[in-house]
Design a protein around this ligand. Structure first.
Ligand SMILES: Cc1cc2nc3c(=O)[nH]c(=O)nc-3n(C[C@H](O)[C@H](O)[C@H](O)COP(=O)(O)O)c2cc1C
Length: 412
């Protein structure tokens, strides 16, 4: 199985410290006017806007061999589709995995916009079909439907998008939408339909993935849970004859350093800063804004006694500390470059082939991962060239997803 790596673009600020800290980049800080990171005032005539920083991150991802970048959608961050349209012209190969809430668009408008994006970018749009957080949070922004019903609507939505894409004259009548002879025509019809990702562990989410997703995405957590979700979605996809079609991806952070000790020191720095800044309580409050299944995941790993950062290892090199202090996606692979690579292989063996992996700050960590971790998953010739340049851990060129030894760390 081929592994592909995707970076992330920080659409709600760059977090080297705890979210809200004035030393971070962007203007999501507690006192934007007192920020010490890269911040623009977003006024006409400014030489610099936050998208210029995002452009650096996107270019770094491309230069370092990432296949694409994940753009998450949060109500307080920039909108992914707009940002990626701007960045498509500043990059050459990078694919944009745009979080995309079907309830915010009409099926036809989304189809036409996606076709134009594909023409502008050379077919680099990937949709991550999301459903947002809690019902309350969604209602605040005008979403009338409850959780399960949103998935019924989303399945119909994708029926329509696929119908419009494949037919010049498409007819459909569902509970939420109908179509009476519309469809892409001419040059737009020749654009490739976006690759479709979806996520979520509720029944509705898994049914949507089973019928429509090319990639079902999970957040990293204990491998047992991940394996169970993958098996469940594969079984559901079989109903649509798609068990062999659907593939799987995972979102995870990384703290990868020369040695395990250096990586643990960085994990501890985040943990200590979070505890000092009181973000643990804030994360618990924020968990009430999550969907039911995400809150259950948060509680699964954060409900225990935590005295120090290393109480949050659920197994060697798999650290739930970011979730504990409120930084999504929650889990990180933490350790030496070799042990982070081994962790990637362990998760790949569960059936995962797309790895959305990054650290903080995204720009610097993309270079770090690009120089020390990604080459371990490339063709042997390239890896040995890098080995000769003196990386010095003596590791041979590694074929994709071979096993690797793990140093023990954590409390089980
Ligand atoms: C890799 C990944 C990326 C996600 N990105 C977003 C996002 O950008 N915005 C969002 O609101 N939800 C995002 N989600 C959340 C899911 O779309 C989904 O709403 C969530 O997993 C809860 O679904 P459920 O309650 O149906 O199980 C993401 C999930 C995963 C695994």
């Amino acid at each position: 199985m081929t592994i592909e790596f995707f970076a992330r673009l920080p659409l709600h600020g760059e977090t080297q410290y705890i979210p809200g800290d004035n030393r971070n980049r962007g203007d999501w800080n507690r006192q934007p006017h007192a920020s010490t990171g890269a911040v623009s005032s977003s006024e006409v005539g400014d030489d610099f806007a936050y998208v210029d920083y995002l452009s650096q991150v996107a270019r770094a991802a491309e230069i370092n061999g990432f296949s694409g970048a994940l753009l998450v959608n949060a109500p307080f961050g920039d909108e992914p589709w707009i940002v990626s349209a701007a960045l498509a012209r500043e990059t050459k190969r990078l694919r944009f995995v745009d979080a995309f809430h079907p309830g915010h668009f009409s099926p036809w408008q989304a189809t036409q916009m996606a076709a134009s994006f594909q023409r502008i970018s050379g077919g680099r749009l990937v949709w991550n079909v999301i459903q947002g957080g809690s019902d309350g949070l969604l209602r605040a922004n005008g979403e009338p439907l409850p959780h399960d019903e949103r998935y019924v609507r989303a399945i119909e939505f994708l029926d329509l998008v696929k119908g419009f894409w494949a037919n010049e004259s498409f007819h459909y009548k569902g509970r939420y939408y109908e179509a009476n002879g519309g469809g892409l025509r001419g040059p737009l019809a020749r654009a490739p339909i976006p690759t479709i990702c979806s996520a979520g562990t509720s029944d509705g989410a898994k049914e949507l993935a089973a019928k429509h997703a090319d990639y079902y995405l999970v957040l990293a957590e204990s491998p047992d849970h991940v394996a169970r979700n993958i098996a469940d979605v594969k079984a559901r996809a079989a109903k649509y004859g798609r068990a062999d079609h659907i593939r799987f991806g995972v979102s995870v952070d990384a703290i990868a350093r020369e040695t395990d000790e250096a990586a643990y020191a960085e994990a501890k720095r985040f943990f200590d800063e979070g505890v000092r800044a009181g973000t643990v309580k804030a994360a618990a409050v924020r968990s009430t804004q999550m969907s039911d299944t995400n809150r259950a995941r948060f509680e699964r790993y954060n409900g225990r006694e935590v005295a120090d950062f290393d109480d949050l290892f659920v197994e060697p090199h798999l650290w739930g500390g970011f979730g504990y202090i409120g930084i999504p996606p929650g889990f990180a692979f933490v350790g030496s470059y070799e042990n982070v690579a081994a962790k990637i292989r362990q998760f790949a063996d569960l059936g995962l082939s797309w790895f959305f992996i990054n650290g903080y700050p995204h720009l610097e960590e993309i270079y770090r991962l690009g120089e020390h971790v990604l080459p371990r998953f490339r063709a042997p010739k390239l890896v040995s060239a890098i080995g000769n340049a003196g990386e010095g851990d003596g590791e041979q060129a590694v074929p994709l997803v071979s096993g690797g030894g793990l140093a023990a760390r954590g409390n089980g």
